[in-house]
Design a binder for this molecule. Structure first.
Ligand SMILES: *Cc1c(COP(=O)(O)O)cnc(C)c1O
Length: 410
């Protein structure tokens, strides 16, 4: 770890790093839970931490979300649940995706709530749970229009009734997922909700029902029922540009690098592969050791911007796997080792994951989950560096060591 004159930190040995603001994450969890429970609804908040917590790091995010009031966690597969249990997390974990029958025993041992969509899986869970003398919780997902993983209403009702009779299995929940709750027209969402409520009415003994993701909670919180599954919102992004913004969500992740080299280019000189950018006049170009292999998307070639000394600098030429070049001609005082913000705030300006996503013709979800695990994550809590996740594992940083190490010295 080392710190520059401005107090900015970076991770030794890696030229690009992500900073995760756990205070912002906790604020978002509290804010979303308050919305879910507005009007006295007893809705539980599932913190969705699939895909390495949308690129933020599953274990530290799960811990912070639970500390801030999340009632449960949600993942896609058994392996993601295993990572959380291995870290000593005891909260309920819902596996929302498909689980092969070969994973049933592991799921029972890990106490992962599976979304069961076949009687065979239910029978396997029943056998392993009975052997252990426990009742294993499961949920059922109803297909209402997304046409992905849910069971059609009649199948869902039949399976729920069959599972109810199996020893060792407890059907604790019923849920569905909306196709377009982030769009202004809510007609289809309300149709899906109505189909779901018909199934729920046929299964009155299943008391816990949920349908909402972040987008639903923002625009139509009255569809929250007994639970909300929020992913993107806890990371401080709005699901789409068309959503209500009356909740203040704070961005959690920043992606940063430093200037590794400064180079003067004369008019007519080009940069990077394919020579897609040529200097029209004398230019000061800065190299950052960050490219699409670190989550700086190639789609930002010749159009993306980064922040240096609080000002915007254009990415010039093609983004390569591990290097990119920016135009710093108009940035007074620019120097080697200056912090470069790819996503996040610097001075009075900020570049959001949404801004990057728009330039790349995608959504913030893909930008965030596209930051690979080998990029170190620096976790900040109470405004201070608290821990670092690198390829070598998680290291908690005591208050006394933060920022005092220098490159080359250990
Ligand atoms: C990913 C996912 C969510 C979370 O959606 P956000 O838009 O990130 O809030 C909720 N439910 C299911 C089934 C999911 O797969």
């Amino acid at each position: 770890m080392w710190t520059d004159a401005s107090g900015s930190q970076s991770w030794q040995g890696r030229p690009v790093w992500a900073e995760i603001d756990l205070d912002a994450l906790e604020h978002n969890v509290r804010t979303l839970k308050a919305r879910a429970q507005a009007g006295g609804r007893p809705a539980a908040l599932y913190a969705v931490v699939k895909a390495n917590a949308y690129g933020h790091g599953a274990v530290p995010v799960a811990r912070a979300a639970l500390a801030a009031g999340a009632d449960a966690l949600a993942v896609i597969c058994v392996d993601e649940g295993r990572e959380l249990r291995a870290a000593g997390i005891h909260a309920p974990i819902l596996v929302m995706g498909h689980t092969p029958i070969a994973q049933a025993e592991a799921a029972v041992d890990l106490r992962l709530t599976l979304t069961v969509n076949s009687l065979q899986l239910g029978l396997a869970l029943s056998r392993f749970a009975t052997e252990r003398g426990i009742a294993h919780p499961v949920q059922i997902k109803v297909e209402t229009g997304l046409n992905r993983y849910g069971l059609d209403p009649a199948e869902a009702i039949a399976l729920a009734q069959a599972l109810r009779d199996l020893p060792g299995v407890r059907v604790e929940g019923l849920f569905t997922h909306f196709a377009c709750p982030d769009e202004p027209d809510k007609t289809f969402t309300r149709e899906q909700y109505a189909r779901f409520m018909e199934v729920a009415a046929a299964l009155p003994w299943i008391e816990h029902r949920h349908a909402a993701n972040t987008a639903t909670l923002l625009d139509t919180p009255e569809l929250s029922l007994d639970g909300v599954r929020s992913g993107i919102g806890i990371y401080g992004c709005y699901p789409s540009a068309e959503q209500r913004r009356d909740l203040e969500l704070r961005p959690v992740l920043s992606l940063k690098s430093r200037i590794a080299r400064l180079r003067r280019l004369a008019a007519g000189e080009s940069v990077s592969y394919g020579r897609t950018w040529t200097a029209s006049s004398a230019t000061m170009a800065a190299l950052i050791m960050c490219g699409y292999g670190e989550g700086l998307r190639r789609g930002l070639s010749n159009c993306g911007q980064v922040l240096v000394r609080g000002r915007r600098a254009l990415i010039i030429g093609r983004v390569a796997m591990d290097m990119s070049i920016i135009d710093v001609t108009d940035i007074p005082g620019v120097a080697l080792d200056d912090e470069v913000v790819i996503i996040g705030r610097q001075g009075d300006d900020a570049i959001s994951a949404d801004e990057v996503a728009q330039r790349c013709d995608t959504i913030s979800y893909e930008i965030l989950t596209g930051i690979p695990a080998q990029v170190p994550r620096l976790y900040f809590r109470d405004g201070r560096l608290w821990g670092v996740q690198t390829a070598a594992g998680f290291e908690e940083i005591g208050a006394t060591t933060a920022g005092v190490r220098t490159p080359g010295l250990s």
